[in-house]
Write a protein that binds this ligand. Sequence first.
Ligand SMILES: Nc1ncnc2c1ncn2[C@@H]1O[C@H](COP(=O)(O)OP(=O)(O)OP(=O)(O)O)[C@@H](O)[C@H]1O
Ligand SMILES: O=P(O)(O)OC[C@@]1(O)O[C@H](CO)[C@@H](O)[C@@H]1O
Length: 303
Amino acid sequence: MIYTVTFNPALDYVIRLDKLVPGTINRLTYENVMPGGKGINVSIVLKNLDHDSCALGFIANFTGDALASLVSAHGCKTDFIRSQQGMTRINVKLKAEEETELNGIGPQISPDEIEQLFAKLDRLVADDMLVISGSVPKTLPSDMYEQIMSRLAGRGIRIVVDAELDLLLNVLQYHPFLIKPNNHELGAIFDVELKTREEVIPYAKKLQARGARNILVSMAGEGAVFVSENGEVYTSVAPKGTVVNSVGAGDSMVAGFIAGWIESGRDMQHAFKMGICTGSASAFSADFATRNEVQALLASLAE
Ligand SMILES: Nc1ncnc2c1ncn2[C@@H]1O[C@H](COP(=O)(O)OP(=O)(O)OP(=O)(O)O)[C@@H](O)[C@H]1O
Ligand SMILES: O=P(O)(O)OC[C@@]1(O)O[C@H](CO)[C@@H](O)[C@@H]1O
């Protein structure tokens, strides 16, 4: 079974307007509420690709109810923990001349609620896959990723981590199956700017050497780089298309990689291509990638 953990889920309020003028009333030309949070996005895209998963995380209040029903409406299994204080956040994704994101705070999570999450994770068994991604709200201990990974170490569970800086660096000692920084996050770790796929390769190898088994570096419109635990290096351009909504492209890529890895009998190169095409298919549509959209991009990449 695949599980995803989202510590701080969200309702993504995606809005458009021609021009944002601060200090005035701005009228929207488009609005949509989507379930959000990185692990939840992975679960939704996995479902679009016909793979079941169970979304775990903390929700609270009426926004939490709305989130849970939206995720279920996508056909995803959920096992959320209900926090008693605060509310599931609303993250504003504003698209005008520039893209601006306002990510909310999220609920207060008690030690007892954290224990409830650990109890759920203790039920995972060998060959399960666990995706942990996204920020940790301030009311949770900053070492939540490490606590989970040390607790699950040695049990044959493949863990995928999509997180930034220290959250990522501190778990490498537990040998995650896959990590997915983008080129900016990878560059920030080594204090360099990485613009091309060729520039990314040596730094991906350096980060992998700190403990990750496989590393996938996403580069938005520039494509991606993959370094496997057997030393294979794959690079690819991104498929061509018009970007409609790139929120969650990275999460879609993670879902596509996992789906491709499972469907191909663990072929890393196929997983890599499927990851790229799923990320791009999501970027090219208002909603998340569908199976047909991914297949079409896979065909275009092969040409
Ligand atoms: N402009 C684009 N054109 C084509 N493909 C794109 C574009 N943006 C994203 N993608 C696809 O999605 C993948 C992941 O994108 P990106 O590198 O932006 O991830 P990310 O930074 O984790 O994104 P986010 O945090 O918004 O989910 C890319 O490797 C690429 O395959
Ligand atoms: O605040 P975090 O947890 O870092 O990111 C949350 C978020 O921006 O990430 C997803 C896109 O990847 C969105 O659905 C969501 O709003």
